[in-house]
Design a protein around this ligand. Structure first.
Ligand code: GLP
Length: 372
């Protein structure tokens, strides 16, 4: 498992969105071989979606051959309700990108037969060849999707009763009134997430620090369902410094040093996007280094001594906000999109994005349109 630690939620969001962009582009999806993406709701991924929309508007990624599956949905809430997860996904992502409407998959929390609806979802995931990358957030109680404490680690899509803690946590979206929060949801199972070929979790904030510690420092446990990612062959957690507050110092240093050694000594050219070391071009085992991981990751790069002069003082920043070469796309697979002025701002200074631009600058582009 990889643990990527970034300074704050903004850096986490950019890292994650950039990773998704690169994964899709590297995959080179076509209509016959689409990229299947599982997506979460919650406040944590909102800024990730903002960046994905921005990348789309800059022509840096297309979703035309991407198929999406949302993780969960409330039961009994009309799909047109502003707090339904269906509305959420259209508002923050689907209304702004070039996804084909038929490639959008969501659970229907108003289906007459909820069990059949869940089975339909599992069948659909299988029919499209399984999920390539499942993005997820977590609740403070360590749930993934709506797999509350005690969920079977083999569970699949089903109806779930929400834990009181989750109802309380989500009351903020319903005017702070717990009585307005639906108490049932449809959710993909822990097993459904595990079955994805890759899982990427986004965890930010001190209120999730205990869950992160349970997830990566203790054993796999159904009371912290997200801990199941320890069993996944290709899992990554991207978290901010606050979320690491309950981790052992040694754990934080370990993961930071792994990333630094790979980046600085083994070399980015030798590391695949998913983190494996694919070759050793230019690698010199005799290089000396000292790892100073007590500071935030961004500072560490400058403290590494690779034994040679670097022509780039800020290696790490380049990696965070890379200027990529566009790959040749297969004919007909990718539409070129207009570049927005907000995108220009983003390119020059991702860290300057503020709440106002996040909330105010998204004009619908091409779009699926919430049909509900
Ligand atoms: C809900 C969703 C989860 C999500 C969680 C965290 O419970 N069902 O999928 O991960 O909220 O939300 P937030 O990102 O707002 O903390």
């Amino acid at each position: 498992m990889r643990l990527i630690i970034r300074e704050d939620p903004k850096a986490v969001a950019y890292y994650t969105a950039n990773y998704v962009r690169q994964r899709i582009n590297e995959f080179k999806p076509t209509r016959k071989r689409p990229f299947v993406l599982g997506l979460p709701t919650g406040s944590t991924p909102v800024e990730v979606y903002w960046h994905l929309v921005d990348f789309f508007k800059r022509g840096e990624v297309s979703f035309r051959n991407v198929i999406t599956f949302s993780m969960d949905e409330y039961v009994g809430l009309p799909r047109s309700h502003p707090e339904s997860y269906c509305s959420f996904m259209y508002r923050h992502l689907y209304d702004h990108i070039d996804l084909r409407p038929e490639n959008i998959h969501m659970l229907d929390g108003n289906a007459d037969d909820l069990a059949a609806e869940c089975q339909r979802y599992e069948d659909k995931i299988k029919e499209v060849g399984g999920i390539e990358l499942f993005l997820g957030g977590i609740g403070p109680d360590g749930h993934i999707a709506f797999n509350e404490p005690g969920s079977s680690l083999e569970s699949v899509t089903r109806v779930k009763t929400l834990a009181y803690e989750t109802v309380l946590a989500n009351a903020r979206f319903f005017g702070g009134d717990v009585n307005k929060v639906p108490k049932l949801a449809l959710t993909v199972g822990v097993g459904t997430v595990r079955a994805a070929r890759e899982v990427l979790l986004i965890i930010t904030g001190a209120h999730k620090a205990v869950a992160l510690a349970k997830c990566i420092e203790e054993g796999v446990n159904h009371m912290w369902t997200v801990s199941v990612i320890q069993l996944h062959p290709s899992a990554m957690v991207v978290c901010d410094e606050d979320a690491t507050l309950e981790l052992h110092v040694k754990t934080v240093r370990y993961f930071k040093s792994i990333e630094q050694v790979q980046e600085q000594l083994i070399g980015r050219q030798n590391i695949s996007l998913k983190g494996s070391i694919s070759r050793l071009s230019g690698y010199d085992p005799g290089q000396t280094y000292r790892v100073a991981v007590q500071q935030s990751t961004g500072d560490v790069a400058s403290e590494l001594d690779t034994g040679e002069e670097s022509d780039d003082d800020n290696v790490y920043d380049d990696d965070e906000y890379p200027e990529e070469e566009e790959e040749e796309e297969e004919e007909g697979d990718v539409q070129k999109m207009a570049v927005s002025s907000s995108a220009d701002m983003l390119a020059s200074s991702p860290s300057e994005i503020n709440g106002a631009s996040l909330n105010g600058s998204l004009a619908p582009a091409a779009t699926a349109g919430n049909p509900f």
